[in-house]
Ligand binder design. Structure first.
Ligand code: DLL
Length: 434
């Protein structure tokens, strides 16, 4: 079985990768300068010309691009080529403002699908596999990305899209799916539904899952691995840079290899914009190295993570990014304390609760309120108020020691928190809604 989809690139030496990157960046910057007036303007304002960019070391001279720029340039302002050369668009859900629309030429689709194919092979996939894709198809990149990757690997591809969980399970069991691709919250839901139908983890043929598109903790990984009887791999990406597959996990499960021949990664201090050394935590910034339709230079993702060049036992040489600790914009500041939803998830799962919860933050009389609704399991659920109260008190204590502040915990009956088929909505911050 193949260990790598493109071994010559995935295991290339550092020098070889740098050589590829240096050649590509010179061309990509020139291409953007010549074809994207919006970015040319940013470069002119900063006094940088394509001639100043001779290698990836010079990337730090370039101006940043932010989500606000994407909104301002909507829809065509960052297009890198004639529309007639583009064959597809994808778009973000637009929950936090105007949608982002990304354009793809056939070349862009090819390199994106290669990245997803690398991820599938890293998860043990081959042409012997049945790959059930239950990310949403359509404008969202999840379905199409993994679908294309699965085709390239030669898996039998089940283009399920998300939702209709009974049908997902029927196909999974009848056709013997061996790999499943979806959001981690949907994977947890499928695991729960399988158990409810009386299936044990060993009853299905699944061996691996490729999960991403939303933050998830190591505790959640263990939960999913147990309930589905699989090894769960992380995959990362964003619409702006093409979609899933910008980075993916290998069997070591200690971070995701960034496809460095296509994307150059930097970590910056989100406040000052200064580039941080390897190993420091900060905002991830990507520069595409060979995109045509929607090339982005120094795009600030808002995802907070750490890069590592520690050698990996899988043999891949590309730099690894940690799981994002959260986004700089989903960090909540509650009564002055920084709180990430991932910290809350870790405490809940460590305390034996299922991964079904919702965080509600509000402001009453100028004071932040902080409530967490947590589903209990049928075994934990009790008619006795004192039992439930004891559970809430214990959880509050555990939260306080992790977060530094104590939320109000509401233990609710099993099955009362809405399940997610795509990206889960974990936080309702009513302060932003007022
Ligand atoms: O979520 C692309 C994708 C699809 C990735 C399927 C993986 C699998 P967007 O909808 O544009 O694209 O959302 C991008 O989702 O900036 C992160 O904040 C978050 N995200 C994506 N993957 C992960 C992950 C897709 N593995 C935004 N862990 C990104 C944590 C993730 N967060």
């Amino acid at each position: 079985m193949k260990r790598y989809y493109q071994p010559e690139i995935e295991t290339a030496s550092r020098e070889e990768i740098l050589k590829i990157q240096n050649e590509k960046i010179v061309k990509q910057v020139r291409y953007v300068y010549d074809n994207v007036p919006y970015y040319r303007n940013l470069m002119d304002k900063k006094g940088v010309t394509p001639d100043d960019i001779k290698s990836v070391d010079d990337i730090k001279k370039l101006p940043f691009l932010t989500k606000d720029d994407l909104r301002e340039a909507y829809p065509y302002g960052l297009l890198g080529t004639d529309l007639k050369n583009c064959v597809r668009i994808h778009s973000t859900s637009g929950t936090t403002g105007k949608r982002v629309v990304a354009f793809y030429t056939q070349h862009d689709i090819d390199l994106w699908e290669d990245c997803c194919a690398r991820a599938i092979v890293a998860a043990g996939g081959s042409d012997e596999d049945v790959c059930q894709v239950c990310y949403g198809y359509g404008l969202f990149t999840g379905g199409s990305g993994l679908h294309g990757g699965s085709h390239k690997v030669g898996c039998l591809t089940l283009p399920m899209s998300s939702g209709n969980t009974d049908r997902q399970i029927q196909f999974m069991m009848d056709l013997g799916s061996t790999i499943i691709c979806c959001t981690p919250s949907y994977a947890a839901y499928i695991g729960e539904s399988l158990a409810e139908k009386g299936y044990k983890p060993e009853d299905n043929k699944l061996k691996a899952g490729i999960f991403g598109a939303e933050p998830w903790t190591e505790e959640m990984r263990r939960e999913i691995e147990k309930s589905l009887g699989i090894k769960a791999y992380d995959i990362y990406g964003l619409t702006e840079t093409s979609g899933p597959g910008v980075a993916f996990e290998c069997e070591e499960q200690t971070g995701m290899h960034i496809n460095e021949d296509h994307f150059y990664a930097e970590i910056i201090d989100p406040d000052t914009g200064e580039v941080l050394p390897e190993g420091e935590k900060g905002e991830l910034v990507f520069t595409s190295l060979d995109k045509e339709g929607f090339p982005l230079l120094r795009y600030r993702t808002k995802d907070i993570c750490i890069l590592s060049r520690k050698p990996c036992s899988c043999g891949r040489t590309h730099v690894k990014m940690s799981k994002p600790f959260g986004r700089s914009d989903d960090m909540m500041i509650i009564r002055g304390v920084n709180v990430f939803p991932s910290q809350i998830e870790a405490v809940l799962l460590n305390e034996g609760y299922p991964p079904n919860y919702q965080i509600v933050v509000d402001r009453v009389n100028n004071t932040d309120t902080f409530d967490i609704y947590v589903e209990s399991t049928p075994e934990m659920f009790s008619d006795k108020v004192s039992d439930m109260q004891a559970g809430e008190d214990k959880l509050k204590l555990a939260m306080r020691s992790m977060l530094g502040i104590g939320p109000k915990i509401h233990l609710v009956a099993p099955k009362t928190i809405q399940r997610s088929e795509g990206k889960a909505v974990r936080v309702i911050d009513k302060r932003k809604l007022h």
